[in-house]
Ligand binder design. Structure first.
Ligand code: FAD
Ligand code: NAG
Ligand code: NAG
Ligand code: NAG
Ligand code: NAG
Length: 505
């Protein structure tokens, strides 16, 4: 009777998941850190009737370590942010940490396009002003981070350099550097998009623990107990189906049995009693409205709209030889005149507000383990357009910029290999990480994570992923915590059904 009802409502061909003996299969959508954390938690608790559907041909999601140069590089997450109360760090305590992470150093100096030298002391003072602002806790309700930081920065530089025209001008130009670093932290396309006062809680300790050669991917191996070698790996591999893009999630709130039908882009379909949905907020923004039948509750739709998602871009360059000296990174500051003049000097590729995309290039990092590779960071408004710009244009812009800033210091060869990210254009991500936008409110994240329930209150579709973490959104630790949170709901349901019954009724 029920089956007929369902197939009338949703005329969809579907079949039961084969090889799952239990009556209550759990399907996890997405094999990023949230999905993998949820699966490993279930497996560790003896629940192995699970299946993971992953759209990409690889696992890991926004953890994406891939071979480039001498080691792996991280196209996505690359740092463990903090130690205190950080679930990622806690997983490492029994390991040989020197093998896994190291502390990133930061250059406290700048290169300016005018090549003017105002002294290392001045540059370090400027850098300290910026770091103090980035660390500051004072923030007002409904104020954008751009406005709040801009105000503090303007005040500090006027106080410190007010009677030195040249330094003040340099410092004004350098505010763009602060702007780009802020956008790399927020993941927003403008620093006026994100709120300065949010529910984010920083884990204390070192914010930039860099993964060594294997990259962040090794953390997934730790979750799956594949690392260190010799431990007992969890049987997760044969539960993951790759290149399975979910297009529809159908459920019936009034049914008497928990039953969700999942349709995939390749024409296959699956049935589950419980679904844990982990794709990014970007995916929900683009497809959330039509993916779920019936439509997601209004509160969740509002949250999906209001919580922000932008993108950052990384370009890795491999050179035939290491041409730079012992620096840690090049922090680039565009002189105000150069910023205008470059319009006539370099005309290829996208423009934003009448400015060339190359003025959005603000930091070029060296990688300790990978001596011939540079990492170019680009943040802000130009990222979506730049992801779709051809490689030749991208490379000639980077080459132009390097010559402009460093041509008098170095003889710079052409790179022989390039690797670039496309988080914004990839339909399985549509952005890099979430942020609290100016229009978001504190109840938005709780609304995002709220499970869908059947009429008797039982969970049927649950939501995990970075963006559903009220305190650690935008990070891997937030994603992992959210996966554990949703696995724990299911463990409660499966292992202590009587307790749950009495809570629900
Ligand atoms: C450039 C960049 C730098 C970052 N740097 C850091 C950092 O240094 N430190 C840090 O802590 N965090 C960093 N992050 C953030 C971190 O990577 C994310 O917070 C985290 O990976 C999110 O995990 P998740 O499981 O929530 O989502 P994801 O990693 O996005 O996993 C979701 C999975 O769902 C899959 N999926 C999507 N749509 C579908 C569909 N329709 N059907 C089936 N599967 C689907 C995706 O392919 C993906 O594998 C960075 C992210 C980026 C992009
Ligand atoms: C940890 O790793 C480092 C570097 O690989 C090595 O020198 C050291 O001996 C290791 N320590 C232990 C306890 O295994
Ligand atoms: C901040 O904005 C929200 C939503 O726009 C509003 O509800 C709230 O009252 C505002 N708070 C302040 C202090 O202005
Ligand atoms: C800070 O000063 C710049 C000019 O250097 C100005 O454009 C900006 O609006 C100021 N920011 C704030 C918040 O006052
Ligand atoms: C609640 O209803 C679902 C079907 O919607 C059913 O599968 C589940 O067993 C019920 N749970 C309880 C506690 O009655």
């Amino acid at each position: 009777m029920y089956l007929r009802y369902v197939s009338l409502l949703f005329p969809l061909f579907f079949h039961e998941i084969s090889g799952i003996p239990n009556e209550k299969p759990i399907i996890i959508i997405g094999a990023g850190p949230a999905g993998i954390a949820a699966a490993t938690r279930l497996l560790e608790n003896g629940i192995d009737n699970i299946l993971i559907l992953e759209a990409e041909p690889r696992i890991g999601g926004r953890i994406y370590s891939t071979k480039f140069g001498d080691t792996n590089v991280d196209m996505g997450a690359m740092w463990c942010h903090g130690q205190e109360g950080n679930i990622v760090w806690e997983k490492l305590v029994d390991m040989n940490l020197t093998d896994l992470v190291r502390s990133t150093q930061h250059p406290r100096t700048f290169h300016i396009s005018s090549r003017k030298e105002l002294g290392k002391d001045f540059e370090q003072k400027l850098y300290d002003i910026m770091m103090e602002i980035l660390d500051s806790e004072q923030a007002e309700e409904n104020e954008s981070v751009g406005f709040a930081f801009g105000k503090m920065y303007n005040k500090s530089i006027t106080e410190q350099f007010g009677n030195d025209r040249e330094k003040l001008n340099y410092a004004r130009a350098a505010s763009k550097w602060l702007e780009h670093v802020t956008m790399s932290i927020e993941g927003s396309l403008s620093w006026y998009d994100s709120k300065s006062k949010t529910t984010y809680e920083e884990c204390g300790g070192n914010q930039h623990l860099n993964w060594r050669g294997p990259g962040y991917k090794i953390f997934l191996d730790i979750l799956m107990k594949k690392y260190p070698t010799g431990s007992n790996p969890l049987p997760i591999d044969d539960k993951i189906l790759l290149s399975k893009e979910v297009t529809k999630v159908l459920w019936n709130p009034a049914a008497t049995r928990n039953r969700v039908e999942i349709a995939c882009a390749d024409g296959s379909s699956y049935v589950a009693s419980h679904v844990v949905f982990t794709p990014s907020l970007g995916v929900l923004k683009e497809r959330g409205e039509e993916m779920f039948v019936p439509r997601l509750p209004e509160r969740k739709m509002i949250a999906i709209k209001r919580v922000g998602m932008g993108a950052v871009m990384k370009v890795f360059l491999h050179y035939p030889r290491r041409w730079w000296r012992d620096e840690v990174a090049f922090n680039l500051v565009w002189d105000e005149n150069d910023r205008k003049n470059v319009r006539n000097e370099f005309t290829q590729g996208p423009w934003m507000n009448g400015e060339s995309w190359i003025t959005r290039l603000y930091s070029i990092e060296m990688l300790e383990e990978n001596p011939k590779v540079l990492l170019v960071w680009i943040t802000g408004d130009v990222v979506p357009a730049l992801e779709n710009t051809d490689e030749k244009t991208l490379l000639s812009g980077i080459e132009f910029t390097l010559k402009k800033f460093l041509g008098h210091l170095y003889d710079i060869p052409k790179p022989d290999k390039v690797l670039r990210s496309n988080w914004y254009s990839n339909p399985h991500f549509r952005g890099s990480y979430s942020f609290q936008s100016l229009s978001s409110t504190d109840n938005n994240i709780p609304d995002l994570l709220e499970p869908l329930r059947t009429s008797n209150g039982s969970y049927i579709i649950q939501f995990a992923g970075e963006a559903t973490s009220p305190t650690h959104f935008s990070t891997v630790q937030g994603a992992v915590e959210s996966g554990y949170r949703e696995a724990d709901r299911l463990i409660g349901l499966y292992k202590y059904p009587l307790l749950i019954n009495s809570l629900v009724h």
